[in-house]
Design a protein around this ligand. Structure first.
Ligand code: 5GP
Length: 115
C-alpha cells in the first residue's frame, strides 16, 4: 500500500484538525484553506492514488465521501447556503497528495472556475 501524508493522518502519526469520522471516511481541515470552510474527506481503509485508479468495485467509496461531505454541511449549518465539492486528478488539476480525496469548500460565495 503506497503511503502518503494522509495515511499518517489516518494513523494519527501527524496532527490534523479532524472534524468528521465514520467507519469508512475521515474528514479534516485543509492545512492551506482556499475558502472559510475547506475540509478534505478521504477513505480510511483504501489508498487509491487518483480518480483514474478507481475500480468499479470501489465506486461506492465516492458516494461515501460525498455523503460525508453533505452530512458535515448539514451538521455545521451551511448546507442551505451551498457549497462545492472538488476532486483533483493528476498534474493539470494540481493534485499533490495521491490518496483520493474530496475537497469541500464553503462559507462564502465561491467564484466560478474553469480555466
Ligand atoms: P490536492 O491538490 O491533491 O487535490 O489537495 C491536497 C490538499 O491537501 C491541499 O489542499 C493541501 O493544502 C492539503 N494538505 C497537504 N498536506 C497536508 C497536511 O499535512 N495536512 C492537512 N490538513 N492538509 C494537507
Amino acid at each position: 500500500m503506497t503511503d502518503t501524508i494522509f495515511g499518517k493522518i489516518i494513523r494519527r502519526e501527524i496532527p490534523a484538525s479532524i472534524v468528521y469520522e465514520d467507519d469508512d471516511v475521515l474528514g479534516f481541515k485543509d492545512i492551506t484553506p482556499q475558502a472559510p470552510v475547506h475540509v478534505l474527506f478521504i477513505p480510511k481503509h483504501e489508498v487509491i492514488p487518483t480518480l483514474d485508479d478507481l475500480q468499479p468495485a470501489q465506486a461506492h467509496l465516492i458516494g461515501k465521501l460525498a455523503l460525508a461531505a453533505a452530512a458535515y454541511a448539514r451538521r455545521e449549518g451551511f448546507a442551505q447556503d451551498g457549497y462545492r465539492i472538488v476532486m483533483n486528478c493528476r498534474e493539470n488539476a494540481g493534485q499533490t497528495v495521491f490518496h483520493i480525496h474530496l475537497h469541500l469548500l464553503a462559507g462564502a460565495p465561491l467564484g466560478h472556475f474553469g480555466a
